[in-house]
Write a protein of this length. Structure first.
Length: 343
């Protein structure tokens, strides 16, 4: 176990072949300042080098509180870029410098006033790695915004669209990795919505109202077209086919609120989903192949060494043999703990 000092809520392995041993962890600390009882949210991006499943911290970047982080799966000829969503309405971009073995802050984009939190972010370029792609960001005022590459820039982004999407906090927004014009969002208004950038944002392409609790996580499947995993506070992960988004293909009870869902990065284990289950630890759920889709869903491994809210989880992108387990990083909040394990 590694002490992150501040409460930890996000972990991400770098997917770039030149930096797959690099792991980042985001933290969030709510401080009371005197003499007035104002609250200040502070955080850090902690950078670790992982060798033989042992992380060594090599950098700490001070930031407003970190709510989400994602590496860009962009061009392999360019340095890896990390996007960070913070508690003061900003998304900052950080470029990995291999020669210095550290992240260098590249730029920062203001998505909202400083009293608005950026809750989540997702890159559109998971499968289309010809460039940096666009970011979708969800904001605590119910809005979503899209950050697109600036003309003539290889890695700079600017806000191109902002719209009101949900009546309460949209905890999550995510691209369709197979179609960079489509994205999904969900939040505390118990609504799962779809959006098409070609049609504008005056109304969603669909609205699924069949949830009894807030929607917390969404991820498009990187290896199976049309499939999305959707997590909720109701302890359930649902799989949806984007051609029929009003009824799930299957669902599984994971024992706690599914704060993060991550499909395994390797096509050889495309039925395996890593889930951060908030009050019930971390689990690997394996779905069974049924026809052209997935069905069922059984927990094949769980990790319960955390003593607080299970928030951040990610698989390593380093290649392993079919029979070998994959390295996994997980972090939890109030016990400010980072663990590495395998599954």
């Amino acid at each position: 176990m590694f002490d992150t000092i501040f409460p930890a809520d996000s972990v991400e392995f770098c997917p770039h072949p030149a930096a797959q041993n690099i792991l980042v962890c985001g933290t969030y600390n709510l401080e009371e300042t005197s003499p007035t009882p104002a609250q200040k949210r502070r955080g850090q991006c902690l950078v670790y080098e992982v060798e033989s499943s042992t992380p060594r911290q090599i950098q700490a970047i001070d930031l407003p509180a970190v709510l989400d982080m994602k590496w860009c799966h962009g061009s392999l000829s360019a340095p890896p870029v990390l996007g960070i969503a913070d508690s003061e309405g900003n998304v900052s971009l950080h470029e990995w410098q291999e020669t210095e073995s550290q992240l260098q802050t590249h730029s920062s984009v203001s998505c909202a006033p400083s009293d608005i939190l950026c809750l989540s972010l997702d890159w559109s370029s998971r499968r289309n790695t010809s460039g940096i792609g666009s970011l979708v960001v969800s904001l605590s005022n119910g809005s979503l915004c899209i950050l697109s590459p600036r003309e003539g820039s290889t890695s700079g982004l600017s806000v191109t669209d902002t719209w009101h999407a949900h009546d309460y906090e949209p905890w999550i927004a995510a691209w369709d990795y197979w179609d960079s014009c489509l994205l999904l969002s969900g939040g505390d208004d118990l609504r799962l919505k779809g959006w098409d950038t070609r049609q504008g944002f005056s109304q969603p392409t669909f609205t699924n109202k069949r949830f009894d609790a807030g929607i917390t996580s969404i991820q498009s499947h990187p290896h199976t077209e049309n499939l999305f995993a959707v997590g909720s506070y109701d302890n359930t992960v649902r799989l949806f086919d984007k051609r029929k988004m009003l009824a799930p293909v299957t669902n599984v009870d994971v024992g706690g609120g599914a704060w993060r869902v991550k499909w395994h990065p390797s096509a050889t284990r495309k039925n395996d989903l890593l889930v951060a289950c908030m009050h019930d630890g971390f689990k690997i759920v394996r779905f069974t192949t049924e026809g052209a889709g997935l069905d069922g869903g059984d927990s094949i491994k769980r990790f319960d060494n955390h003593t607080s809210l299970a928030y951040g989880a990610d698989w390593s992108f380093a290649e392993t043999g079919r029979s070998e387990e994959t390295s996994i990083a997980t972090c939890s909040f109030y016990d400010h703990a980072l663990h590495l394990w395998s599954g």
